[in-house]
Design a protein around this ligand. Structure first.
Ligand code: FPP
Ligand code: MG
Length: 265
């Protein structure tokens, strides 16, 4: 027992040292300002590991832990903004027990974040919950408001937790706002691309342009995530790893690829 503990301690020590070296080398090159994740493959991960779907999302606790680890890796690399697709508006159509499990997980983790906001405090990260938060259960909305207000004074980095979100909904709201504004200004008012861009939920939260969008689990779709933001310079990266297994070793080649493209441009 003692030997196993000592070996695990040693393994963790070596892993964190190796990780630190890897991150220091990577940080010497150009670093993307904004990285987004479509955290896909939780249920397939659950099935492959003989777990039921809610357990899969609870191992969505594994997924969540993974999300926090990836957020920390991004912050250590000095990525200024990280966006994560945690729940699509379409996901409300899933089985109620699965939706409930995800909502429970979101509430629990947001509350935990407020109680031990170490990571967000340590890196000065402002949390923005992006999307139609009014569709969330009241208890989750409360947790969202509390977590957001606790990090409002942070200005070093941004974490956009997108839930419940779809890009078409975001663009529709932005256009509606611009049209109402133009109607107030009179018949000669013109709506420009910049006007719409400025009203996107991510822009309102201060996010820089999106440099890399990563989707895990081998699916090559954007699933209504940050469609406007995926402009000409965004690099799309698809990896076959399921989200709960996605780690630093999957992330390093993506960053290296980004750096190569920046150096070549
Ligand atoms: C997609 O996998 C994942 C989700 C719908 C939820 C993502 C949630 C987490 C990573 C945990 C954190 C959650 C919150 C709400 C803070 P999938 O269910 O589509 O799996 P599949 O592609 O294998 O079917
Ligand atoms: Mg999926």
């Amino acid at each position: 027992m003692l030997v196993r503990r000592a070996l695990n301690w040693l393994k963790d020590k070596i892993t964190s040292k190796a990780q630190q070296i890897l991150l220091t080398i990577l940080a010497a090159g150009p670093i993307p300002k904004h990285v987004a994740f479509v955290m896909d493959g939780n249920r397939r991960y659950a099935r492959r590991n003989q777990k039921n779907i809610s357990q899969g999302h609870k191992d969505g606790f594994v997924a969540l832990k993974r999300s926090i680890q990836m957020l920390e890796i991004c912050l250590r690399l000095d990525v200024k903004c990280v966006s994560a697709y945690a729940f699509s508006i379409e996901n409300f159509k899933r089985l109620p027990e699965e939706v409930d499990a995800l909502m429970g997980l979101a509430e629990e983790k947001l509350v935990e974040l407020c109680d031990h906001g170490d990571l967000l405090d340590q890196y000065g990260v402002r949390l923005n919950v992006v999307g139609r938060t009014e569709l969330l259960p009241e208890s989750v909305q409360q947790a969202v408001r509390r977590a957001e207000s606790l990090t409002r004074h942070h200005h070093k980095a941004i974490f956009n937790l997108c839930m419940p979100y779809t890009s078409r909904d975001e663009m529709t709201s932005a256009v509606q706002f611009c049209v109402q504004n133009a109607a107030r200004e009179g018949p000669n008012a013109i709506i420009t691309e910049d006007d719409i861009d400025a009203q996107l939920m991510t822009s309102l939260g201060g996010s820089p342009p999106l440099d890399i969008l990563i989707r895990t689990s081998g699916v090559k779709r954007l699933s209504d995530f940050l469609l406007w933001q995926c402009c000409e310079n965004t690099q799309l990266q698809f990896t076959t790893t399921y989200w709960p297994n996605f780690g630093l070793l999957d992330f390093v080649p993506i960053i290296l690829d980004y750096q190569l493209k920046v150096w070549r441009s």
